[in-house]
Ligand binder design. Structure first.
Ligand SMILES: NC(=O)c1ccc[n+]([C@@H]2O[C@H](COP(=O)([O-])OP(=O)(O)OC[C@H]3O[C@@H](n4cnc5c(N)ncnc54)[C@H](OP(=O)(O)O)[C@@H]3O)[C@@H](O)[C@H]2O)c1
Length: 226
């Protein structure tokens, strides 16, 4: 049965690939994007709503879709403070999920991060873990959590620390085998493709996909197609 999707963070690296995938995917007949600026994409299936997401209560009725996709996030440096980081990476995603569930949504797809854990000593990873936990508690039939390692892809902005970190990981990638494999950098488009195309009807409750599993799923989905 055709479904509807709602995406927040659709102007980002993963989000823009995800939007393309969802628009191409016949399973989705409508794709709603909510953000603070336009994606610039025009498509008959696409409906865009632009407003400040800190005021989403005033637009609660727009958070309506079968599947909720969150590709939103920032960095502590870009947010400017830990509180502002938490607002963007925790409060807004969880609130948007709650509104979508209240309006009848059944599935949530969350981009989190490798190492996310509510008990992490690292603030960034702790917030990511708390978001995972809170989203699973919203009560969707299924909550799919994707934990990519460093993302590969073309960004409009320059992030020096991230570039150095991912560059180093990329060099070490062939040495990362066994349990270390999940640390290998992954293309943003692979993450997006798996999120949009993974059959999920049989999944109940919370399911976490580590980065190496996302890569394997992508490889097998594309091997089948080829
Ligand atoms: N970068 C990595 O290597 C890496 C690794 C693992 C996990 N992750 C996680 O993966 C997710 C996606 O990452 P990405 O690199 O694709 O993200 P990105 O390119 O930085 O895009 C972030 C998205 O969030 C939106 N956003 C940020 N602050 C907002 C605000 N205050 N109000 C409304 N929208 C806001 C951005 O909108 P605008 O375009 O309007 O700014 C954009 O659509 C994030 O949660 C990130 O933490 C990243």
């Amino acid at each position: 049965m055709p479904k509807s999707a709602l995406v927040i963070g659709a102007t980002g690296l993963i989000g823009s690939h995800l939007l393309e995938e969802l628009l191409e995917n016949e399973l989705y007949e409508k794709v709603v994007v909510i953000g603070r600026r336009s994606t610039g994409v025009r498509h008959p299936k696409l409906v865009e709503h632009i407003f400040d997401l800190s005021e989403m209560d005033r637009h609660a009725e727009l958070f309506r879709a079968d599947s909720f996709f969150c590709c939103m996030g920032t960095t502590i440096a870009k947010a400017g403070s830990r509180d502002d980081f938490r607002e963007i990476d925790y409060k807004i995603p969880v609130k948007a999920a709650i509104l979508t569930k209240q309006n009848g949504g059944s599935s949530a797809y969350l981009v989190s991060s490798i190492g996310a854990s509510a008990s992490s000593r690292v603030f960034y990873l702790r917030v990511k873990g708390e978001t995972e936990d809170a989203m699973a508690e919203v009560g969707f039939q299924r909550t799919l959590v994707f934990r990519p390692a460093g993302l590969l892809g073309k960004r409009n902005e320059f992030r020096l620390k991230e570039k150095i970190g991912i560059g180093a990981m990329n060099l070490l990638s062939p040495l990362m085998v066994g349990p270390l494999r999940k640390n290998r950098p992954i293309k943003a488009e692979c993450v997006a493709s798996v999120m949009a195309n993974l059959p999920s009807e049989n999944i109940k409750g919370k399911r976490i996909y580590e980065s190496d599993e996302i890569q394997q799923l992508y490889n097998s989905m594309n091997a089948k197609e080829g």
